[in-house]
Design a protein around this ligand. Structure first.
Ligand code: GTP
Length: 298
């Protein structure tokens, strides 16, 4: 079979409706008016878009963007226009009567009339974004308990300490360790031990606000991060949590699962490792003084 035996498209015009994306020209005039002088392609996206309307006014499309999507796209356009660099961004487009789609945009700018004209492509990358989100969740989640893992916690904590340093707002953390968990495993078996860990995760979450985070650091060790919470408040909450757990029956008898908890408050500007070290010391002290208690280090 030779190359000539394959069916051939006669021109680009025949191919454009077949591609899974959109070829566009996007124009922004000096006074900020935006329009799509050219918008052609295939795939789902165009089914939901009024091309005639967008040819005159791109506002129809941009107004659909919600949350941070609008400022994100507008600043990408602004950056590209200012430095004459390729426009590359992605945004979530909510569609009426259909699921939202993720769209990747890539276009080259050129000066045209009194404004900037971009020529480029928009691709529907919804499946790719869903896969990215699934993989990110997998990387950030402890498989047994479904809680955020150490990696996720450290990223979150670094973010919160920088906010706390900038605004001078309080931030406290708890380091939590199950007492004599080895004995529990030896007596009831590892599967029952796993069950305790899972139930404990659920119980702890029930005691926290939605802006707090409880993560599994590994083994039988957990950390709770409490933004906007001073030490004394964190101490009270830790003690309530400790007491509630010691009264809960995890299927191995009431009072059989107890927690030692170390708490500490972030000092504005200190390295994160210092905060963690102090909380760790507080936890060791809680173990030292007999377990099933809370120890704080200010
Ligand atoms: N079932 C179960 N056990 C785990 C898991 N991860 C760690 N462990 C067990 O947790 C136990 C921790 O034991 P140790 O570090 O000696 O601490 P402990 O017995 O709790 O004693 P203290 O912390 O001093 O009160 C070990 O026996 C580990 O095997 C897990 O995912 N599932």
């Amino acid at each position: 079979m030779s190359v000539n035996d394959y069916p051939r498209a006669l021109s680009a015009d025949c191919l454009i409706p077949l591609i899974p994306g959109v070829i566009f020209q996007f124009y922004r005039s000096r006074n900020g008016h935006m329009q799509f002088p050219y918008l052609e392609g295939g795939g789902e996206l165009l089914k939901h878009i009024d091309r005639v309307q967008l040819a005159n006014d791109a506002g129809e499309l941009l107004e659909h963007l919600t949350g941070n999507e609008y400022p994100k796209v507008m600043s990408a356009i602004e950056r590209s226009a200012r430095w004459m660099l390729p426009l590359t961004t992605r945004f979530k487009l909510p569609l009426p009567n259909a699921k939202s789609h993720w769209i990747a945009v890539c276009g080259n700018p050129e000066l045209s009339g009194d404004g900037v004209l971009w020529t480029g492509v928009m691709m529907d990358i919804t499946d790719q974004v869903i896969e990215e989100q699934r993989l990110r969740k997998l990387c950030d989640t402890d498989v047994l308990t479904g809680l955020p893992n150490r990696r996720k916690l450290m990223v979150h904590l670094a973010h919160l300490t920088s906010i706390s340093t900038r605004h001078g707002t309080p931030l406290s953390i708890m380091m939590i360790d199950i007492d004599h968990f080895k004995l529990l495993n030896d007596r009831w078996g590892h599967l029952q031990g796993d069950e305790v860990l899972k139930q404990l995760a659920t119980e702890m979450k029930a005691h926290l606000r939605c802006e707090d985070m409880v993560a599994r650091l590994g083994g039988e060790e957990f950390m709770v991060v409490l933004p906007l919470t001073p030490l004394q408040q964190c101490h009270k909450l830790a003690d309530r949590l400790r007491e509630a757990i010691s009264r809960h029956d995890f299927g191995v008898g009431k009072g059989e699962v107890t927690l030692s908890i170390g708490v500490a408050e972030y000092r504005c500007g200190e390295p994160l490792t210092n905060l963690i070290e102090r909380t760790d010391q507080a936890l060791y002290s809680a173990k030292d003084v007999g377990r099933d208690c809370v120890f704080l280090l200010s």
